[in-house]
Ligand binder design. Structure first.
Ligand SMILES: *[C@@H]1O[C@H](CO)[C@@H](O)[C@H](O)[C@H]1NC(C)=O
Ligand SMILES: *[C@@H]1O[C@H](CO)[C@@H](O)[C@H](O)[C@H]1NC(C)=O
Ligand SMILES: *[C@@H]1O[C@H](CO)[C@@H](O)[C@H](O)[C@H]1NC(C)=O
Length: 362
């Protein structure tokens, strides 16, 4: 191979690699807004003013935690597992409760948490599994890992963040793709739609294709519940908006008396002992403690005793007349794939806490 051929090949390879590594909308697209905060409030109301759904709630006994709550709190070091309260919140539009795990130093009360989630219309809310709330140094931020929402700081007036995080689940569950996230699995389609226009919603939309899809989804949530999004002069992202409204318009819409069509079983997750203090106090029924989750040093290794995987959402229940995209028996496999996809899409933070997946720049 001649030197010039090799050089040409290397240039092509470099160009290809660059293309393949393109993780999201290119910088050449302009940013229509400085974040989507402005959708939360407004003269005629905003996302924050969407009426909530009434609920009742009960706190579980101290001592054991649903596995996903323990896992996130402990592995990520967000909260001493002993300090987590577990609540079952039953909204009046679904008989199966949602499980909330609240670090007791979180600035959000259980009522502000339950109210915020209850402002998400049931057709979308039904795809969320557990909700965890932690304190944070900064303002509101959140991430969604396999339908488990993790909310940091005070997110009570940031419904755009809640819609954004729920959108990540809708990207997987309600879009027309059989095997994963629309935004990344149908990348050829979504990227073409984005590149059809000349702008994206905001800077954060450039973080990844998944984030760009979720930010447009926040705008379609506003369109479905608050006002006419086209009034903002968004012709530069016409195709993105059209697609989002087509995909999510009816899901986002709050419909009077609507009820859930499917749900995650609230007792689906294996219960894990909070740690040594809980076991020594006799609250764990002889269960092994994962890692060394004592109050004085809960940051030990995780892994002995149990496998580091949950039950994989095997309790997915559907009504017989619902024909969901994904069958119950495939759920476990899909959960694993989904977590991988999220890691690739940067949706799920590891121990490095590359985790801030908030709705917008705050
Ligand atoms: C963008 O999408 C519109 C339809 O929404 C289509 O008419 C137009 O040809 C597309 N433009 C490009 C550059 O793909
Ligand atoms: C835009 O977002 C990127 C990450 O996606 C971040 O590094 C950068 O600081 C942001 N810029 C502004 C002006 O916020
Ligand atoms: C919702 O339920 C209430 C109480 O049952 C009923 O009065 C009302 O007509 C219902 N609304 C719709 C749109 O079905």
């Amino acid at each position: 191979m001649s030197h010039s051929t090799l050089t040409t090949l290397m240039v092509i390879l470099a160009a290809f690699t660059q293309y393949a590594l393109t993780q999201g909308p290119p910088d050449s697209l302009t940013e229509k807004f400085a974040g989507l905060d402005f959708l939360n409030t407004g003269v005629g109301g905003g996302l924050n003013d969407i009426p909530g759904t009434s609920y009742t709630m009960t706190q579980r006994d101290w001592g054991m935690l649903p596995w996903p709550c323990y896992n996130t709190a402990f592995i990520e070091g967000y909260c001493d597992p002993h300090d987590i309260e577990v609540w079952d919140v039953t909204y009046n539009d679904c008989s199966e409760p949602k499980v909330f795990c609240r670090c007791n130093s979180s600035p959000m009360s259980m009522d502000t948490l339950a109210t915020a989630l209850g402002q998400i219309p049931i057709a979308a809310r039904q795809w969320i599994d557990t909700i965890s709330s932690y304190p944070a140094v900064g303002q509101c931020s959140a991430w969604n890992g396999a339908d488990h929402l993790n909310v940091f700081g005070d997110c009570s007036n940031y419904m755009s963040v809640w819609f954004h995080e729920v959108a990540h689940s809708l990207d997987y569950w309600v879009t027309d793709t059989s095997d994963g996230y629309y935004s990344t699995d149908e990348l050829a389609e979504w990227s073409a739609i984005v590149l059809n226009g000349t702008c994206v919603p905001d800077n954060y939309s450039k973080a990844s294709w998944a984030e760009s899809w979720a930010q447009v989804a926040v705008m379609s949530a506003w369109h479905a519940n608050v006002g006419n999004i086209w009034d903002f002069g968004i012709g530069c992202m016409h195709a993105q908006m059209d697609k989002s409204i087509e995909q999510l318009g009816s899901i986002w819409q709050g419909i009077e008396n609507a009820t859930c069509e499917r749900w995650w079983e609230s007792d689906d997750w294996e219960l894990v002992c909070m740690g040594d203090d809980a076991r020594n106090a006799g609250f764990c029924d002889g269960e092994d403690v994962q890692g060394s989750s004592s109050r004085s040093g809960y940051g030990g290794d995780i892994g002995h005793g149990r496998q580091g995987v949950g039950k994989g959402g095997s309790g997915l229940k559907e009504r017989p007349d619902v024909n969901p995209k994904v069958e119950k028996k495939r759920k476990e496999e899909e959960l694993a794939r989904k977590i991988r996809a999220e890691e690739q899409a940067g949706l799920k933070g590891g121990k490095t806490r590359a985790r801030v997946r908030r709705g917008e720049k705050l």
